[in-house]
Design a protein around this ligand. Structure first.
Ligand code: NDP
Length: 258
């Protein structure tokens, strides 16, 4: 193996990262670019994406910013068409944009239910729909492609007042298992990442007082994961030899018990 293959294992690959304007997506874009991938960063805040591209390019990487709302299927398809036209298609998709808005179900925060379902499920599917043809084509040509979906430990564990969020993440994990069975024979690896608590902007959108108190207590009680911890895991999963598919990866803060 050459030194280049070790230090830049993703050289020649084109990675699309959703939710790249902050938190896990932003850290992962920087990390994958450092591993040699050309990264396409996608989110709604164009200014944040522009700053990220500038940083990546300053470090010697290659990046393209595509501002889009993933709940808008036409906008996502237009982004995919640009990736095809300008970069020849994606062979790595980190499908990561998401929102967490816990609240007791009896409060009937129906707008927040809808927001989570629209982004975490419909948005995720819009991205899968638009980019899967590129992943399948890349895998046929190069022998491997990656679809990595960000789920959560909430897909498996029970957190009272997080029912809707947890339901959307259970969808992501179970969908990923099914897609792995469907796309694995076509050399597309499918993985679900299930992080425990990570310090990002995710917590800043929470409005429910009880959930905010729970989060504050958790932050005092333990050291949370960082976005870069998750970025490292994504880089690890994508750098495996083509025969190796991490189906599901649970990453916990050491002191988090459930
Ligand atoms: P952040 O809030 O920092 O990041 C969320 C990202 O999603 C932002 O870049 C945001 O950008 C983007 N986004 C939101 N709405 C849309 C939209 N409609 N269209 C396109 N992009 C959108 O949180 P995290 O980095 O923590 O979250 C990333 C993923 O990790 C989520 O799926 C989350 O559920 C999951 N997760 C997070 C954990 C944590 O503890 N932080 C734990 C387990 C899983 P913009 O506003 O510019 O569009």
């Amino acid at each position: 193996m050459t030194v280049h293959a070790v230090s830049k294992p993703l050289a020649g690959r084109v990675a699309v990262i959703t939710g790249a304007s902050s938190g896990i997506g932003e850290a992962t874009a920087e990390h994958l670019a450092g591993l040699g991938a050309t990264v396409v960063v996608l989110a709604r805040r164009a200014d944040r994406l522009r700053d990220l591209v500038t940083r990546i390019e300053k470090d010697g990487g290659t990046a393209l910013a595509l501002a889009a709302d993933v709940t808008d299927a036409a906008a996502v398809q237009a982004a995919a068409d640009r990736v095809q036209a300008e970069l020849g298609g994606a062979d790595l998709l980190f499908n990561n944009a998401g929102v967490m808005l816990p609240a007791p179900v009896e409060e009937r925060a129906t707008e927040q239910w809808q927001q989570q379902i629209d982004l975490n499920i419909t948005g995720l599917m819009n991205v899968i729909g638009a980019f899967t043809p590129q992943l399948v084509a890349a895998a046929a040509e190069r022998g491997v492609a990656d679809l990595i979906n960000t789920s959560s430990i909430a897909a498996q564990n029970i957190f009272p007042t997080f029912a809707v969020y947890s339901g959307t993440k259970a969808y992501v994990s179970h969908l990923s298992r099914h897609l792995r069975a469907e796309l694995g024979p076509k050399n597309v690896r499918v993985s679900a990442l299930e992080p425990g608590i990570v310090g990002t902007e995710l917590q800043s959108h929470v409005t429910d007082v009880g959930a905010l108190e729970w989060l504050d207590g958790s932050r005092q009680a333990m050291e949370w994961l960082t976005a870069d911890d998750i970025a490292q895991a994504v880089g690890f999963v994508a750098s495996q030899p083509p025969r190796v598919n991490f189906q599901q990866l649970t990453i916990m803060p050491t002191a988090q018990t459930s």
